[in-house]
Design a protein around this ligand. Structure first.
Ligand code: ADP
Ligand code: MG
Length: 203
């Protein structure tokens, strides 16, 4: 396997989130306070600006810097959670010296998603980003194709529509949170799709 360069994956995810900011805002207006799109746009614009500055940094340093920036710039509940995701990616990322295997990338992804669950004191089934992240991690354990990963991310985001929110602001609405897609589940789906697109491009 060729070494996986984290930078184009991050760039692809950042651009995708930024172009879908209005959609994320609409989703958060339905069951939250309507700031998810703007929060994510602000954070990922800062990430893109930062990538330009980090020309000579290795992937581990880039992922750590991106995580820090997301914690500082996104805000809300999702900032610390997505920040944790990227910080933990940085900690688990296969070192440049060793050829990364699909298994080592899966382990890295799994550790990052577990760290988000610990930070959010949350688990799948509560109508959050975890309802997309967990099933996609499970699928990558078996070395799934990008097509299968995209389909699973889409299915999982749709599956948050009939759920009742148990975590985050949407949980204040109790059963009135039913019938809307979770904004964080959608932003996770978008990032996963964008990473798949970037991975396919390098093949
Ligand atoms: P806020 O809710 O503070 O306005 P955002 O609107 O940016 O923050 O993000 C909301 C999203 O964050 C939700 O749609 C949900 O996916 C996610 N989220 C909120 N709380 C948690 C939690 N405890 N664990 C996992 N994800 C969470
Ligand atoms: Mg919000």
């Amino acid at each position: 396997m060729n070494p996986v360069d984290a930078r184009p994956l991050i760039e692809s995810a950042a651009r995708r989130v930024i172009t879908h900011a209005e959609e994320l805002t609409r989703l958060d207006q339905a069951i939250g306070d309507g700031d998810h799109g703007l929060n994510m746009k602000r954070g990922f614009e800062a990430v893109l600006a930062e990538l330009d500055q980090l020309d000579s940094a290795d992937d581990v340093a880039v992922l750590a810097a991106v995580g820090k920036t997301l914690v500082m710039k996104v805000g809300g509940a999702s900032g610390p959670l997505y920040g944790t995701l990227f910080l933990q990616f940085g900690k688990g990322w296969p070192s440049a010296a060793s050829a990364p295997s699909a298994a080592s990338l899966h382990t890295c992804f799994e550790g990052a998603v577990q760290a988000v669950a610990a930070r959010g004191k949350s688990q799948p089934g509560q109508k959050t980003m975890l309802d997309v992240l967990f099933p996609v991690v499970a699928l990558t354990a078996t070395g799934a194709s990008c097509g299968a990963v995209r389909a699973e991310a889409q299915r999982a985001a749709q599956a948050t529509i009939p759920m009742e929110a148990i975590r985050g602001r949407a949980s204040f609405l109790k059963e009135r949170s039913i019938g809307h897609m979770d904004p964080g589940a959608r932003s996770s789906q978008l990032m996963i799709e964008a990473v798949c697109d970037a991975l396919e491009k390098r093949e």
